[in-house]
Design a protein around this ligand. Sequence first.
Ligand SMILES: Cc1cc2nc3c(=O)[nH]c(=O)nc-3n(C[C@H](O)[C@H](O)[C@H](O)COP(=O)(O)O)c2cc1C
Length: 169
Amino acid sequence: MDFLTLCAKRYSVRSYLPDPVPQEALAEILRAGQLAPTAKNNQSQKIFVMQSPEAKAKQQQLHACYGAPLVLLICGDEEIACNRPVTHHSMAEMDASIVATHMMLAAKSLGVDSTWICAFDHDMASELFCLPDHVKPHLLLALGYPAPDGTPSPRHTDRKPLEQTVTYL
Ligand SMILES: Cc1cc2nc3c(=O)[nH]c(=O)nc-3n(C[C@H](O)[C@H](O)[C@H](O)COP(=O)(O)O)c2cc1C
């Protein structure tokens, strides 16, 4: 599958089968995240794989993740990330986002679907997973295989024309 077809075929799954994601696929997905570019190559991402029943129960308190059999909590370590030179704003969230994007697209290339989830209580996530103050939770990445009703939402095909998002200067 060429890259643009992969991008077009990826969609947010909001109903998963319970079938597990094989460990080999998880290893490749994590490797794709490792290969992502980050500011100054500081690799500020911290990725938590929900494997134990305890971790899964905590994740369920944050978001049910549409029944996904595998969920990653993707965080950014602001002690490790670069800051923007003028504003000193941390680039950790950008690092985490590009790592998550690599993993999401790598997953699709392996036939594993995903959902990027931010609608959870980030403070609760920090508490539940005992994150130090400098490690900020950014998203949950749900991974798995779609149930019959896990079809693309109408938003999936709704993309603005490039004229609305791109300006040639
Ligand atoms: C930053 C960000 C936050 C998102 N948060 C959620 C979320 O909390 N719950 C959810 O179901 N989808 C979430 N999504 C998925 C988007 O709604 C989805 O990507 C968008 O509507 C386009 O649909 P598609 O992914 O099916 O192409 C999020 C995506 C991004 C990039």
